[in-house]
Design a protein around this ligand. Structure first.
Ligand code: NAP
Length: 432
């Protein structure tokens, strides 16, 4: 029997499990280990609560989880509770699918002031991740600056701008629903260090800004390049830029302006003991297409600054790490003998959820090629012995199903679930 441990139960983890099942059939046992008592990683804690159709993919992961040769081991922190070398001694292959849940730092003076947060924290807060349940961001009547021109910046702006009615059918957690529902930001500014044609936003997500009840998007026509130059863009990007052109047309004012501020890079955050404004430098596109500062600065009022500029994978003891790229040091997913990585932990935080699927198949093939025959390791029996010897209390998939049921039962009217946001509450619910 071949034993595989996958660390991380998000999309990359489950796609890898599915690929290993296809690759090795009945001759494999797979343990999917997560530090949280709940599975599905980014689907639960990253995908926006008002994008329920994207979250539906969790049903596919559930089907994998419920097969006989796959087991979920929740609330087990690899690197702390068990070390990677210990797992390598027990399993033929250890695959790190730990994603990229850490914010890349903004890296300007004042970025440590209260009121400056990263998108992992803000998204984690409205999605009920236990690490960020106490974030308490200032919103009502505040000017909010969102740094970055990717889809995460759009998620943050949209969630901040929505009225309570617009969260109907979403699984936004109660603490965020109540805070956002009773709050109305004075303004939201989305800052990009490059221009409209360089955005990393996709048309569907950008288009949603045009249909908000109490907020309207605005683009300064002066930031838009000549319309003829859109012709060289690939079709998706051309659609996105066309939307930005629409946002530059006069439109009825709604209470919350969402302003796009292009060609600006952050210089410093200022304020008396907390963020009050962001000083930015005007940029232009350099010959290589990168942003180049012009030396001209101005201030953007900002009581809350959310940087949405990408993520890093947390290092794990004993695993080679690429500091510069913020992910595990690997070649095509191979880290060391028997040790692999997939998804954002391998490639960095890019692509859609589906991008992780081919990643999983690649790793399954690599495992088969590197180790044509299993080495007769102990696998889950050995892990269970370690867990018992250390007195650790893990959560199984059956336990998660109890949590799932309890969350569905306590949902507010119209919501699919009300998530538990504390580990201890998850564990209590897991006992049924
Ligand atoms: P992203 O798409 O890589 O965008 C990051 C943005 O941050 C870029 O505009 C980048 O600008 C900017 N940036 C980076 N460093 C910066 C700095 N120091 N100062 C100012 N701006 C900086 O990342 P993301 O938005 O975090 O999204 C991660 C992935 O998840 C993406 O693949 C995204 O499409 C996906 N996602 C999808 C959805 C959806 O489909 N609904 C929702 C959320 C996320 P430059 O281009 O100039 O580097």
């Amino acid at each position: 029997m071949r034993h595989i441990a996958i660390i991380g139960s998000g999309p990359a983890g489950y796609y890898t499990a599915e690929a290993c099942q296809k690759q090795f059939g009945d001759a494999v046992r797979i343990d999917i280990i997560d530090r949280l008592p709940v599975p599905f990683g980014l689907i639960r804690s990253g995908v926006a609560p008002d994008h329920q159709s994207i979250k539906a993919v969790a049903r596919r992961y559930e089907a994998v989880a419920l097969t006989d040769n796959v087991r979920f081991v929740g609330k087990l922190n690899v690197g702390q509770d068990v070390r990677v070398p210990e797992l390598l001694a027990l399993y033929d292959a250890v695959v790190l699918a730990t994603g990229a849940p850490l914010d890349r730092p903004l890296g300007v003076p004042g970025d440590d002031l209260p009121g400056v947060i990263g998108s992992a924290a803000f998204v984690g807060w409205y999605n009920g991740h236990p690490d960020f349940a106490d974030l308490d961001p200032p919103i009502d009547g505040r000017d909010i600056a969102i740094i970055g021109n990717g889809n995460v910046a759009l998620d943050c702006a949209r969630v901040l701008a929505k009225s309570p009615a617009e969260f109907e059918g979403s699984d936004i957690v109660a603490h965020a629903y109540e805070r956002l529902g009773g709050a109305q930001p004075r303004s939201i500014t989305i800052l990009g260090r490059r221009g409209p044609q360089q955005i990393a936003m996709t048309p569907k997500e950008l288009g949603e800004l045009a249909h908000l009840q109490r907020a309207s998007p605005h683009v300064d026509p002066a930031d838009l390049p000549p319309v003829e130059s859109d012709a060289v863009l690939e079709p998706g990007q051309r659609k996105s830029v066309a939307l930005l052109r629409e946002f530059a047309q006069p439109a009825p004012e709604k209470p919350i302006p969402i302003r796009f501020d292009f060609f600006v890079q952050s210089v410093r955050v200022e304020g008396a003991g907390r963020a009050e404004r962001l000083v930015v430098e005007r940029t232009q596109l350099g010959a290589n297409g990168q942003a180049v500062g012009t030396g001209e600065t101005h201030e953007v009022p900002a009581d809350l600054i959310i940087s949405c500029i990408g993520y890093r994978t947390p290092p794990i003891p004993d695993v080679p790490y690429d500091e510069h790229r913020g992910r595990f040091a690997n070649i095509d997913g191979r880290i060391a003998a028997g040790l692999y990585c997939v998804g954002w932990a391998r490639r960095g935080p890019t692509g859609t959820i589906g991008t992780n699927k081919p990643d999983g198949f690649l790793i399954a093939e690599e495992i088969a090629g590197d180790q044509p025959e299993p080495a007769g390791k102990q696998g889950r029996a050995g892990l269970d012995a370690l867990i018992a010897a250390r007195g650790l209390d893990i959560v199984t998939f059956r336990d998660w199903q109890n949590i799932d049921l309890a969350e569905i039962e306590r949902a507010r009217a119209g919501a699919p679930r009300e998530k538990f946001v504390r580990i201890e509450d998850m564990v209590t619910a897991s006992r049924g």
